[in-house]
Design a protein around this ligand. Structure first.
Ligand SMILES: *Cc1c(COP(=O)(O)O)cnc(C)c1O
Length: 191
């Protein structure tokens, strides 16, 4: 599944992709997506929106309302907030648990050691877990990290693997990605 990452790009840059048949788009900020997508969705049926960026718990309800998939579920407080938002809105987006696959300090995502308990919490809270997501460490060969994410997903019985960006989507696909998140290679450099 190709997710066209349209963050920072205006509606005029997105429309040609919609006209070419692209339906899955990724944004990393709730507020930016709220500004751009309602009108684009009104103009074209079948648009599927993916939130790929870090999500604050106090934005969980807005995220559930707008997005079809959330790729950045990475901590218990967010799991709880999403569970409450789903119950309140009666809408259940698909979600991916974001894993800090290189266990890098400062990096988003659930530490690998905490993954089993976070998956249990997400299931208990009623989240619909599609799979795992990662952003591998920069400037090193990503294949071992993609392979590790695939192994973790298999171990938890999860089919979805959201991994691969413009620089490494071929490697991600070869290691089993089901969802690639590609921005620059489709839209050009972000301003
Ligand atoms: C911006 C972003 C992408 C797309 O990155 P490109 O290098 O432009 O393809 C993919 N995933 C996440 C989480 C992002 O924030």
């Amino acid at each position: 599944m190709l997710i066209a990452v349209s963050k920072t790009h205006p509606a005029e840059a997105i429309q040609p992709l919609i006209h070419a048949g692209q339906r899955h788009f990724g944004e990393n900020r709730v507020q930016e997506a709220q500004g751009k997508w309602p009108a684009l969705k009104d103009a074209q049926e079948g648009i599927i929106l993916h939130l790929i960026g870090q999500l604050q718990s106090n934005k969980a309800e807005e995220a559930v309302a707008l997005f079809d998939f959330i790729h950045s579920v990475d901590r218990p407080s967010l799991v709880a907030a999403l569970g409450n938002a789903q119950a309140k809105l009666g809408k259940i987006p698909g979600c991916f648990i974001q894993v800090n696959i290189g266990d890098e300090p400062q990096k988003g995502g659930c530490p690998t050691a905490d993954l089993p308990s976070l998956i249990d919490q997400a299931r208990a809270a009623g989240l619909r877990i599609e799979g795992l997501m990662c952003i591998p460490p920069a400037d090193v060969e990503p294949a071992p990290y993609f392979a590790l994410l695939a192994k973790l997903a298999r171990g938890h019985g999860l089919a979805g693997l959201s991994m691969g960006m413009s620089a490494d989507f071929e490697t991600a696909i070869m290691t089993g990605a089901t969802h690639v998140r590609v921005g620059t290679a489709l839209f050009g450099e972000r301003g």
